[in-house]
Design a protein around this ligand. Structure first.
Ligand code: IP8
Length: 254
Protein backbone atom coordinates (compact mmCIF):
# COMPACT_ATOMS: atom_id res chain seq x y z
CA UNK A 1 0.00 0.00 0.00
CA UNK A 2 1.30 3.45 -0.82
CA UNK A 3 1.65 6.38 1.55
CA UNK A 4 -1.06 8.75 2.71
CA UNK A 5 -2.24 11.30 0.19
CA UNK A 6 -4.05 14.57 -0.15
CA UNK A 7 -6.20 14.85 -3.27
CA UNK A 8 -7.47 18.36 -4.02
CA UNK A 9 -10.39 18.62 -6.43
CA UNK A 10 -10.53 22.02 -8.12
CA UNK A 11 -13.88 23.82 -8.04
CA UNK A 12 -13.81 23.77 -11.85
CA UNK A 13 -13.85 19.97 -11.98
CA UNK A 14 -16.77 19.45 -9.58
CA UNK A 15 -18.97 22.42 -10.58
CA UNK A 16 -19.84 24.23 -13.78
CA UNK A 17 -18.10 27.55 -13.21
CA UNK A 18 -20.00 29.30 -15.99
CA UNK A 19 -23.39 28.85 -14.25
CA UNK A 20 -24.91 29.59 -10.83
CA UNK A 21 -24.10 26.84 -8.30
CA UNK A 22 -24.23 23.75 -10.53
CA UNK A 23 -22.64 20.52 -9.33
CA UNK A 24 -20.96 18.31 -11.96
CA UNK A 25 -22.28 14.96 -10.71
CA UNK A 26 -20.86 13.00 -13.63
CA UNK A 27 -17.34 14.20 -12.88
CA UNK A 28 -17.85 13.53 -9.15
CA UNK A 29 -18.97 9.95 -9.83
CA UNK A 30 -15.87 9.27 -11.98
CA UNK A 31 -13.53 10.73 -9.35
CA UNK A 32 -15.30 8.79 -6.58
CA UNK A 33 -14.85 5.50 -8.49
CA UNK A 34 -11.10 6.22 -8.88
CA UNK A 35 -10.75 6.93 -5.14
CA UNK A 36 -12.76 3.83 -4.23
CA UNK A 37 -10.35 1.67 -6.25
CA UNK A 38 -7.12 3.27 -5.06
CA UNK A 39 -4.92 1.40 -2.63
CA UNK A 40 -3.59 4.28 -0.54
CA UNK A 41 -3.18 3.86 3.21
CA UNK A 42 -5.24 6.98 3.80
CA UNK A 43 -6.58 9.85 1.79
CA UNK A 44 -7.75 13.34 2.65
CA UNK A 45 -9.94 14.94 -0.02
CA UNK A 46 -10.00 18.75 -0.19
CA UNK A 47 -12.19 20.55 -2.69
CA UNK A 48 -12.66 24.04 -4.00
CA UNK A 49 -15.92 25.96 -4.31
CA UNK A 50 -16.27 26.72 -8.05
CA UNK A 51 -19.69 28.20 -8.80
CA UNK A 52 -20.91 27.18 -5.30
CA UNK A 53 -19.11 29.79 -3.17
CA UNK A 54 -16.97 32.15 -5.27
CA UNK A 55 -19.89 34.22 -6.59
CA UNK A 56 -21.29 34.57 -3.03
CA UNK A 57 -17.87 35.42 -1.54
CA UNK A 58 -17.44 38.11 -4.19
CA UNK A 59 -20.98 39.48 -3.81
CA UNK A 60 -20.44 39.97 -0.06
CA UNK A 61 -16.77 41.12 -0.45
CA UNK A 62 -15.60 38.43 1.93
CA UNK A 63 -12.15 38.49 0.34
CA UNK A 64 -11.84 41.92 2.04
CA UNK A 65 -13.25 40.78 5.41
CA UNK A 66 -16.46 41.37 7.37
CA UNK A 67 -17.59 43.89 9.94
CA UNK A 68 -20.26 44.10 12.60
CA UNK A 69 -23.77 44.09 11.12
CA UNK A 70 -22.42 42.86 7.75
CA UNK A 71 -22.32 39.17 8.40
CA UNK A 72 -25.04 37.69 6.17
CA UNK A 73 -22.44 36.78 3.56
CA UNK A 74 -20.63 34.56 6.05
CA UNK A 75 -23.70 32.40 6.52
CA UNK A 76 -24.76 32.48 2.85
CA UNK A 77 -21.30 31.54 1.54
CA UNK A 78 -20.66 28.87 4.16
CA UNK A 79 -24.09 27.36 3.48
CA UNK A 80 -23.61 27.11 -0.29
CA UNK A 81 -20.12 25.60 -0.10
CA UNK A 82 -21.30 23.20 2.64
CA UNK A 83 -24.05 22.07 0.26
CA UNK A 84 -21.37 21.29 -2.33
CA UNK A 85 -19.41 19.39 0.33
CA UNK A 86 -22.51 17.28 1.05
CA UNK A 87 -22.66 16.37 -2.64
CA UNK A 88 -18.97 15.39 -2.75
CA UNK A 89 -19.38 13.24 0.37
CA UNK A 90 -22.53 11.64 -1.03
CA UNK A 91 -20.80 10.74 -4.34
CA UNK A 92 -17.89 9.18 -2.44
CA UNK A 93 -20.17 7.23 -0.10
CA UNK A 94 -22.23 5.99 -3.07
CA UNK A 95 -18.94 4.60 -4.48
CA UNK A 96 -18.21 2.81 -1.19
CA UNK A 97 -15.72 5.32 0.29
CA UNK A 98 -16.05 6.02 4.06
CA UNK A 99 -16.18 9.78 3.45
CA UNK A 100 -17.21 12.38 6.02
CA UNK A 101 -17.46 16.17 5.59
CA UNK A 102 -15.30 18.48 7.73
CA UNK A 103 -16.00 22.23 7.63
CA UNK A 104 -13.11 24.69 8.19
CA UNK A 105 -15.61 27.32 9.44
CA UNK A 106 -16.06 25.14 12.55
CA UNK A 107 -12.46 24.20 13.22
CA UNK A 108 -10.09 26.85 11.78
CA UNK A 109 -8.99 30.39 12.64
CA UNK A 110 -7.24 32.83 10.28
CA UNK A 111 -5.37 36.09 10.66
CA UNK A 112 -5.14 38.51 7.75
CA UNK A 113 -6.37 35.87 5.35
CA UNK A 114 -3.91 33.18 6.44
CA UNK A 115 -4.78 30.12 8.50
CA UNK A 116 -3.27 30.26 11.98
CA UNK A 117 -4.92 27.17 13.40
CA UNK A 118 -6.88 24.16 12.26
CA UNK A 119 -7.67 21.41 14.74
CA UNK A 120 -6.37 18.28 13.03
CA UNK A 121 -6.17 15.64 15.77
CA UNK A 122 -9.65 14.47 14.79
CA UNK A 123 -8.46 14.10 11.18
CA UNK A 124 -5.61 11.83 12.39
CA UNK A 125 -8.18 9.69 14.20
CA UNK A 126 -10.42 9.53 11.14
CA UNK A 127 -7.50 8.40 8.96
CA UNK A 128 -6.50 5.79 11.54
CA UNK A 129 -10.05 4.39 11.38
CA UNK A 130 -9.99 4.24 7.57
CA UNK A 131 -12.30 7.23 7.13
CA UNK A 132 -11.83 9.80 4.37
CA UNK A 133 -12.19 13.39 5.59
CA UNK A 134 -13.59 15.68 2.90
CA UNK A 135 -12.65 19.31 3.58
CA UNK A 136 -13.37 22.40 1.49
CA UNK A 137 -12.40 25.99 0.83
CA UNK A 138 -14.58 27.98 3.23
CA UNK A 139 -15.29 31.18 5.12
CA UNK A 140 -13.18 31.29 8.27
CA UNK A 141 -13.31 33.78 11.16
CA UNK A 142 -10.28 36.08 10.95
CA UNK A 143 -8.61 37.75 13.96
CA UNK A 144 -7.86 40.93 11.99
CA UNK A 145 -10.47 41.11 9.21
CA UNK A 146 -13.46 39.57 10.98
CA UNK A 147 -13.78 36.84 8.37
CA UNK A 148 -11.93 35.75 5.25
CA UNK A 149 -12.00 33.12 2.53
CA UNK A 150 -9.54 30.27 2.92
CA UNK A 151 -8.99 28.45 -0.37
CA UNK A 152 -8.74 24.70 -0.75
CA UNK A 153 -5.15 25.30 -1.88
CA UNK A 154 -4.28 27.06 1.39
CA UNK A 155 -5.83 24.10 3.23
CA UNK A 156 -3.70 21.72 1.14
CA UNK A 157 -0.53 23.50 2.26
CA UNK A 158 -1.56 23.74 5.92
CA UNK A 159 -2.84 20.18 6.29
CA UNK A 160 -0.06 18.46 4.32
CA UNK A 161 2.36 19.97 6.84
CA UNK A 162 0.19 19.43 9.93
CA UNK A 163 -0.60 15.80 9.04
CA UNK A 164 2.88 15.07 7.57
CA UNK A 165 1.39 13.89 4.28
CA UNK A 166 4.13 13.70 1.63
CA UNK A 167 2.01 12.93 -1.45
CA UNK A 168 -0.16 15.80 -2.71
CA UNK A 169 -2.11 15.93 -5.97
CA UNK A 170 -4.36 18.60 -7.43
CA UNK A 171 -6.90 17.60 -10.08
CA UNK A 172 -7.84 20.52 -12.32
CA UNK A 173 -9.61 21.25 -15.62
CA UNK A 174 -6.27 21.85 -17.36
CA UNK A 175 -3.54 19.24 -17.99
CA UNK A 176 -1.06 21.02 -15.67
CA UNK A 177 0.41 24.50 -15.38
CA UNK A 178 0.31 25.96 -18.87
CA UNK A 179 2.85 28.33 -20.36
CA UNK A 180 0.91 29.34 -23.48
CA UNK A 181 -0.43 25.96 -24.61
CA UNK A 182 2.42 23.80 -23.25
CA UNK A 183 2.37 21.96 -19.94
CA UNK A 184 5.33 22.96 -17.77
CA UNK A 185 6.64 19.61 -16.47
CA UNK A 186 8.39 20.97 -13.37
CA UNK A 187 8.21 24.24 -11.45
CA UNK A 188 10.47 25.41 -8.64
CA UNK A 189 10.68 28.84 -7.00
CA UNK A 190 13.68 29.51 -9.25
CA UNK A 191 11.87 28.71 -12.52
CA UNK A 192 8.56 30.40 -11.58
CA UNK A 193 9.47 33.90 -12.93
CA UNK A 194 10.09 32.40 -16.41
CA UNK A 195 6.48 31.18 -16.73
CA UNK A 196 3.58 33.23 -18.14
CA UNK A 197 0.50 31.99 -16.28
CA UNK A 198 -2.91 32.72 -17.83
CA UNK A 199 -5.94 33.84 -15.80
CA UNK A 200 -9.30 32.09 -15.53
CA UNK A 201 -12.28 34.01 -16.96
CA UNK A 202 -14.53 32.82 -14.10
CA UNK A 203 -15.06 34.45 -10.69
CA UNK A 204 -12.27 33.37 -8.37
CA UNK A 205 -11.64 35.29 -5.14
CA UNK A 206 -8.62 33.18 -4.17
CA UNK A 207 -6.22 33.87 -7.03
CA UNK A 208 -6.70 31.04 -9.57
CA UNK A 209 -3.56 29.26 -10.80
CA UNK A 210 -1.18 31.91 -9.40
CA UNK A 211 -2.76 31.61 -5.93
CA UNK A 212 -2.43 27.83 -6.20
CA UNK A 213 1.26 28.00 -7.14
CA UNK A 214 2.05 30.39 -4.28
CA UNK A 215 0.64 27.87 -1.80
CA UNK A 216 2.36 24.92 -3.47
CA UNK A 217 5.75 26.67 -3.65
CA UNK A 218 5.48 27.39 0.10
CA UNK A 219 4.74 23.71 0.62
CA UNK A 220 7.71 22.77 -1.58
CA UNK A 221 9.95 25.14 0.43
CA UNK A 222 8.95 23.09 3.49
CA UNK A 223 10.00 19.86 1.72
CA UNK A 224 6.69 18.55 0.33
CA UNK A 225 6.30 18.41 -3.45
CA UNK A 226 2.94 18.36 -5.21
CA UNK A 227 1.54 17.46 -8.60
CA UNK A 228 -1.03 19.29 -10.75
CA UNK A 229 -2.80 17.23 -13.44
CA UNK A 230 -5.99 16.96 -15.47
CA UNK A 231 -8.88 15.41 -13.56
CA UNK A 232 -9.08 12.60 -16.15
CA UNK A 233 -5.61 11.50 -14.90
CA UNK A 234 -6.67 11.21 -11.24
CA UNK A 235 -6.44 7.42 -11.32
CA UNK A 236 -2.86 7.67 -12.64
CA UNK A 237 -1.90 10.00 -9.80
CA UNK A 238 -3.52 7.77 -7.17
CA UNK A 239 -1.70 4.73 -8.58
CA UNK A 240 1.66 6.49 -8.70
CA UNK A 241 1.79 6.52 -12.53
CA UNK A 242 2.80 9.31 -14.89
CA UNK A 243 -0.07 11.80 -15.17
CA UNK A 244 1.35 14.14 -17.82
CA UNK A 245 1.03 17.19 -15.54
CA UNK A 246 3.26 19.55 -13.55
CA UNK A 247 5.50 18.66 -10.60
CA UNK A 248 5.99 21.51 -8.11
CA UNK A 249 9.20 20.91 -6.23
CA UNK A 250 11.62 22.56 -3.83
CA UNK A 251 15.02 23.59 -5.16
CA UNK A 252 16.57 20.54 -3.52
CA UNK A 253 13.93 17.81 -4.11
CA UNK A 254 13.49 15.76 -7.26
O1 IP8 B 1 -12.28 27.32 -4.62
C1 IP8 B 1 -12.86 29.05 -2.06
O2 IP8 B 1 -12.07 27.88 -2.18
P1 IP8 B 1 -11.27 27.60 -3.55
C2 IP8 B 1 -13.90 28.91 -0.98
O3 IP8 B 1 -10.41 26.44 -3.26
C3 IP8 B 1 -15.03 29.88 -1.08
O4 IP8 B 1 -10.47 28.84 -3.88
C4 IP8 B 1 -16.06 29.78 -0.04
C5 IP8 B 1 -15.17 30.78 -2.01
Amino acid sequence: MSERMILKLGGSVITDKSADCTVNRESLATIAAAIAQSRTSGIVVIHGAGSCGHPEAKRYHLDKGASSGQTDGIWVTHRVVSGLNDEVVRALRDAGVAAVGVHPFHTAVADNGRLVSFEHRHLEKMLALGMVPVIHGDVVMDLTRGACIVSGDQLVRYLALALHIPCVGLATDVPGVLDGTCVVPKITRGTMPEIQIGNSKHTDVTGGMSGKLNELLELADAGIGSDIFHVSRTRDFLNGNDHGGTHVRGEKNE
